[in-house]
Design a protein around this ligand. Structure first.
Ligand code: C2O
Ligand code: CU
Ligand code: CU
Length: 474
């Protein structure tokens, strides 16, 4: 309910479990009452927004059943497609799965001046995979203890891909240009989105808003937490025609069918990761005379340069690994209030961070030094165990970052080649996919608010299983 202010700032998606879409302008002040009517603790995080610690909602702010938490903040982010979801430690995956999530769309003057499709042609599309039982009720992890444990370790995959909370989603369009805002709100499933007729996709925005200029991609690789905005012009299509958006085949994101100790992975979904499937049907239903041209310039992005980073010569490195059956960053799993020496940053400074997705359970010595880098050769008998690696979409609270570079180890190149043409690394990002064997360097400027923020894998089962750490801005 809008208690005060413009009623258009909350848009309810009809017949959907998703939360309402917040629509605000940059600079606007918002107050939001979060009332916890669950039987367990919860707290809501505003994914992508730059906020002080208590508004960003670090998991230690989780409130008990029956309590209320009042958010009161100014939106300083530029125009973009942000979102919200709960963040209580250990229960994020189940709460999001059961329906707690929604979009938070910010607009600003720069964006308004570009002349993009107006609100009726600006379509949010939230992708989430879900499994239903015979009574059409949501089912989360099932099976015996072993299956449950393994699914928690890997991530949950649903049998159906829902769009805006609906299976077999269809979108009726006119023969004109649209702005589509895509969010992958799945717990674990990575999508590789492409048109069935191979029409390239025109990308206009990423996690943190509009790109400088439109880009083309043959398909879009969208991992959990990431957003992308598309310009799609149906002008020239015939009324009555239908266009399918698919998730195209890809490989290499999961441990190769076995888990630690060579145990066979149980089959938990009818739609395995990377299998081709239709995610959306577009029906061209009406002629339109409104012709819009794709703008050549979309926004201005201040580019960071590596030499301006205070640690330009020594990136802050975080290695992702499975240790003693929990996920870890530099050998540590999430601890509610702990901050290690290499997790402290200075307010208002530009830093380069590096995430490294190459380390295997038990075989690494790289952790002890905390700065192992690409020590693939140091492991065990010198061989890379490719089958234990998984993809991790890494997300950092409190910043929007720029992607500086990616490298991939040759042992993992095959799977990487099936998704990498769909990366959009050119704009502002808050979540970045690391395929197995991949290293990603990021440049980011920390805000001026001191406090405790988290960074974590946005595979929500991984996050709940400890693939999250604090960093402190001081
Ligand atoms: Cu969208 Cu810490 O998460
Ligand atoms: Cu976030
Ligand atoms: Cu992960």
């Amino acid at each position: 309910d809008v208690i005060q202010g413009d009623t258009a700032s909350l848009q309810v998606i009809p017949d959907s479990y998703l939360g309402p879409i917040f629509r605000v302008r940059q600079g606007q002040h918002v107050r939001i009452h979060f009332v916890n009517e669950l039987a367990e603790e919860s707290i809501v995080h505003w994914h992508g927004l730059i906020l002080p610690e208590a508004m960003d909602a670090h998991p230690h702010y989780a409130i008990a059943p029956g309590e209320t938490y009042v958010y009161d903040f100014q939106v300083i982010n530029r125009a973009g497609t942000y979102w919200y979801h709960p963040h209580p430690h250990g229960a994020t995956a189940t709460q999001v799965y059961n329906g707690l999530a929604g979009l938070f769309i910010v607009s600003d003057d720069e964006e308004t001046a570009v002349g993009l499709p107006s609100v009726d042609y600006d379509i949010p599309l939230v992708f989430q995979d879900r499994t239903f039982d015979a009574d059409n009720q949501l089912v989360y992890i099932t099976g015996g203890m072993m299956t449950q444990m393994m699914t928690e370790m890997m991530g949950f995959l649903g049998d159906n891909i829902l769009v805006n909370g609906k299976p077999a989603f269809e979108l009726d369009v006119e023969t004109r240009a649209y702005r589509l805002r895509l969010l992958n709100g799945s717990n674990f499933r990575i999508l590789k989105l492409g048109w069935e007729d191979s029409t390239p996709l025109t990308v206009i925005g990423t996690d943190g808003g509009l790109l400088e200029a439109p880009l083309e991609r043959p398909y879009i690789t969208l991992s959990p937490g990431e957003r992308v905005e598309l310009w799609v012009d149906f002008n020239g299509r015939t009324v009555g025609s239908q266009l399918l958006l698919k998730s195209l085949p890809f490989t290499g994101v999961e441990m190769g069918g076995t888990l630690m100790g060579g145990m066979e992975m149980p089959e938990t979904t009818t739609l395995p990761h990377g299998e081709e499937t239709i995610v959306l049907k577009v029906n061209v239903v009406q002629e339109s005379t409104e012709a819009l041209t794709l703008p050549e310039r979309l926004s201005t992005i201040q580019r960071y340069t590596l030499s301006d980073a205070i640690n330009a010569d020594a990136p802050r490195t975080f290695e992702i690994a499975m240790l003693n059956e929990v996920w870890s960053l530099n050998g540590r799993s999430f601890e509610m209030d702990a901050v290690a020496d290499d997790e402290i940053v200075q307010a208002n400074t530009l830093e380069v961070w590096e995430f490294v997705n190459v380390v295997n359970e038990g075989e690494t010595t790289a952790m002890e030094g905390g700065h192992g880098g690409h020590d693939m050769e140091n492991m065990g008998n010198g061989e890379v165990k490719t089958e234990d690696q998984m993809a991790h979409p890494m997300h950092i609270h409190g910043v929007q970052f720029q992607i500086l570079e990616r490298t991939v180890d040759d042992a993992f190149r095959e799977g990487w080649e099936t998704v990498r043409a769909g990366y959009v690394d050119d704009g502002w990002k808050d979540t970045v996919l690391l395929m197995p064997g991949e290293c990603v360097k990021l440049l980011m400027r920390f805000g001026s608010d001191p406090g405790l923020y988290v960074f974590h894998c946005h595979n929500l089962e991984h996050e709940d299983l400890g693939l999250m750490r604090n960093y402190r801005v001081q």
